[in-house]
Design a protein around this ligand. Sequence first.
Ligand code: MN3
Length: 254
Amino acid sequence: MSKIIKVIFIFLMLILLFLAYNYFSCFFISGSHADILQTVFSEKILRSDMKYTLPELPYAYSALEPYMDARTVEIHYTKHHQAYVDNLNKALEGHIDLQAKPLLYLLTHPDELPGGIRDAVINNGGGHYAHTFFWTIMSQEKQLPSKKMLDLIIKSFGSFDNFKKEFSDAAKTLFGSGWTWLCVNQKGELVVVKTHGHGIPQVSGGLQPVLVLDVWEHAYYLKYQNRRSEFIEAWWNLINWSQVEQNYYQVFKK
Ligand code: MN3
């Protein structure tokens, strides 16, 4: 083999190794527990002047019709979500040390919050976090999960239908107000989790959310009234699967 062919061969092998590393590295959990807790969307909780702000909605109010009506999206976003942001800022007023910390840190370290504002920060901060997450995992374009995403779901639930049933059942049976999440656990498996109020899954066992559904009545009452099951069934048409897949890989990036 001439020298130039050898060089080209080594170069091609290096490219191959690099591509293989990039492909397989996402399948391993790396980093400490604390690192894992700090992932997914924490950077999207936008802030200016030490105050939390309502993140921009990635579509028009009417974009999710007919499954989620424009009036509901508008009120949900401009009134409910805005109120959580305002009340979180109010609770943190004067607490410069806490204002400087990431929201996910505050929510996962409740012991560091003074007793007088703890509930307000957990409830309103959790509301801000969960809603910010919620808006991004919906899309006006009908999407299907990719082959890779589908394989991940099948690996954890046996089939897509099993997953859909488990998630929908969790959302339907959640008593009162709360959220249903699809999370990655510390073994890298996908699991369905419910939280009450504005609880977030990161507070227990290092779970990392990739998908979430708001089942507070304000998310569906104008269009569906008491028919939560109908709302849940319609919502499956809105899932932004490419964002869900990105969230999944984000968990393993740290
Ligand atoms: Mn809500």
